[in-house]
Design a protein around this ligand. Structure first.
Ligand SMILES: Nc1ncnc2c1ncn2[C@@H]1O[C@H](COP(=O)(O)OP(=O)(O)OP(=O)(O)O)[C@@H](O)[C@H]1O
Ligand SMILES: [Mg+2]
Length: 402
């Protein structure tokens, strides 16, 4: 506690009152008081307003400058209300009249002390809270990002790879055709125009793919995801029709007779079905057919009937939300089927039978992860020599409803 008064008498009486409770520093003028405050931790200052040289108001202002948390009790004799207002504006805690009685002085100082403790507690708590919040926030973001970033990058690279292959192949073709010529013939121009059209389409495709992923990154995660199944199938149809793996294969889509929402992020559903369809196209070099059929289910799936075996594989039974309404997508091909010894491996990351130039072996692994995230299930049934059907089950909701 700091007592500032230019008269010895009042200084001593304040000291006598508080000498057993606080450590007391006494200053006879402003400069001495300020020096004390710079060198010591002051909780409460009792300041006489009228002093020779520096006034108590000025001392208060400077003390608050040195340490804003110092609480001050002003002692007044016959000051104007203006002076008092000024003191309060400078955040003095209280003022008492001189000559003071012991009770009033005690009350004022204990009040100031309480305020000081409280404020430092609030201050400390607020600081701690702030630190904790920042830590929590960082933690949360870091966790989310580390979970998603790698997966999303892998997915983008996987999906953009197809269109990029076409683009680079067509650019090579153009180079071969016009690389050495000094003049272009009409047929050259036709050739170039035609190839440029395809390139443009594939570039648009790449942009579309990255746009979808980016919008997914920025998505609010607490909003329940959903997508209109038939609208998504229309989008998918566009994507498949410009996809390089389509070749001469036949592709058909059978939408829902009555549209429903699937409880999944739209880009995820497209990615799942596109991966399955592309696998369907790539399973044989001979022209064959691939179809996607959507159907709604009003009963739970009979999971007991779907068991892992030499021709079957069922994924994510443990966290599948098997409550109707459900929506089912079957991706069917009439290709060579999957041999029993290969079937258990197809969902492993980097497993491919296509050679490293053709496949990364990530497609079905990405599909598996997306099905899990959506709390869906995936069933594979395959017959060697006849073909393969991947069936995706997802929780659904009426269109527009929650
Ligand atoms: N419809 C299918 N018919 C026959 N085999 C399939 C079918 N779908 C997947 N497979 C087998 O599963 C393997 C893994 O498929 P996945 O999609 O994970 O990788 P990939 O197609 O080889 O490569 P990527 O998808 O990365 O280009 C394939 O290499 C293939 O052997
Ligand atoms: Mg694949």
């Amino acid at each position: 506690m700091l007592v500032v008064d230019d008269e010895e008498g009042p200084r001593q009486s304040v000291r006598v009152i508080f000498k057993d409770e606080f450590e007391i520093l006494m200053a006879a003028d402003g400069p001495a008081a300020i020096e004390f405050a710079q060198k010591n931790k002051i909780d409460v200052a009792v300041l006489d307003i009228r002093m020779a040289g520096m006034s108590g108001i000025e001392v208060l202002e400077r003390l608050k400058y040195v340490d804003p948390s110092i609480e001050a009790v002003m002692m007044t004799a016959f000051e104007t209300t203006d002076t008092m207002r000024q003191a309060l504006r400078l955040r003095a805690c209280d003022y008492i009249n001189k000559p003071f009685d012991i009770g009033t002085m005690r009350a004022a100082v204990s009040n100031a002390m309480q305020r000081r403790t409280l404020e430092s507690e609030i201050h400390n708590n607020a600081e701690q809270l702030q630190e904790l919040l920042a830590e929590l926030q960082n933690h949360k973001i870091a966790e989310q990002m580390s979970q998603k970033r790698g997966e999303i990058y892998a997915s983008i690279i996987h999906d953009i790879n197809g269109p990029l292959t076409v683009i680079s192949g067509f650019i090579q073709l153009l180079n071969q055709r016009i690389g050495n010529s000094t003049r272009l013939e009409v047929e050259d121009l036709e050739f170039i125009k035609d190839r440029l059209k395809t390139i443009t389409r594939q570039v648009t495709n790449c942009i579309e793919i990255s746009r979808r992923y980016l919008s997914f990154l920025g998505r609010q995660s607490d909003e329940a995801p959903r997508v209109g199944v038939n609208d998504m199938l229309t989008d998918l149809n566009h994507l498949v029709n410009v996809h390089p793996s389509l070749h001469n294969n036949q592709f058909t889509i059978h939408p829902l007779s009555e549209n429903l929402s699937a409880r999944i992020i739209g880009t995820d559903l497209i990615q799942i079905l596109l991966n399955l369809a592309v696998n369907g196209f790539q399973c044989s070099p001979r022209p064959h057919s691939v179809s996607i059929e959507a159907q709604s289910l009003l009963r739970p799936v009979d999971l007991a009937a779907l068991k892992d075996g030499t021709q079957d594989r069922i994924l994510n039974v443990e966290s599948f939300e098997n409550n109707p309404p459900l929506v089912m997508h079957s991706v069917r091909d009439d290709g060579p089927g999957i041999p029993a010894e290969t079937l258990p491996k197809i969902f492993q990351p980097y497993f491919t039978t296509k050679g490293s130039r053709q496949g990364t072996g990530l497609g079905l692994n990405i599909v598996q992860r997306l099905v899990k995230t959506a709390k869906g299930a995936l069933h594979v049934h395959t017959e060697v020599g006849k073909g393969t059907t991947f069936t995706l089950y997802l929780p659904a909701a009426p269109l527009g409803g929650r």
